[in-house]
Design a protein. Structure first.
Length: 150
């Protein structure tokens, strides 16, 4: 029982951090794509610098939002997995992806616009879904009960 709690908490933390880092990088690169579309040159070094800046400075806003979405998405997936345990991996991946897309759609519905410019396009939302799916996959991998075979 205690190992299960440790696995689930560890999986949750790993998933949130992974989704946050990837999501922030995708947001950064989406914003840079908008700058490049206006015929500005952006070097590879500037792309890395912008990505690092966003990862380091979005923690107080974006990280908690991802955590809340996963606090909802992962238990819902866990409930469904009780009925179809053979679909565990795909359901956690989908939960992570849907959770991240849902937070952006809900924010747009609540405040009337998307607070993160890079998510205003389909490609931006797709990138967030990928980040969420990676987090969901990581949750699956860390939280799964492993049986040691000697």
């Amino acid at each position: 029982m205690q190992n299960s709690i440790v696995r689930n908490v560890g999986g949750f933390l790993a998933a949130v951090i992974a989704a946050y880092v990837l999501g922030a990088i995708f947001i950064s690169q989406g914003n840079i794509a908008s700058i490049v579309a206006m015929d500005f040159d952006v070097s590879v070094a500037q792309r890395f610098e912008a990505a690092l800046h966003d990862v380091m400075h979005m923690t107080n806003i974006y990280l908690p939002v991802i955590a809340v979405s996963y606090l909802i998405a992962m238990p819902v997936a866990t409930y469904i997995i009780k009925y179809v345990p053979q679909q565990r991996m795909i359901l956690y991946v989908l939960a992570g992806a849907v959770g991240l897309v849902a937070i952006h759609v809900i924010m747009k519905l609540l405040i009337g616009f998307s607070g993160i410019a890079a998510t205003r396009s389909f490609v931006g939302l797709l990138a967030q879904a990928i980040a969420g799916g990676v987090g969901g996959y990581l949750f699956h991998m860390v939280s799964i009960k492993r049986i040691l075979q000697l």
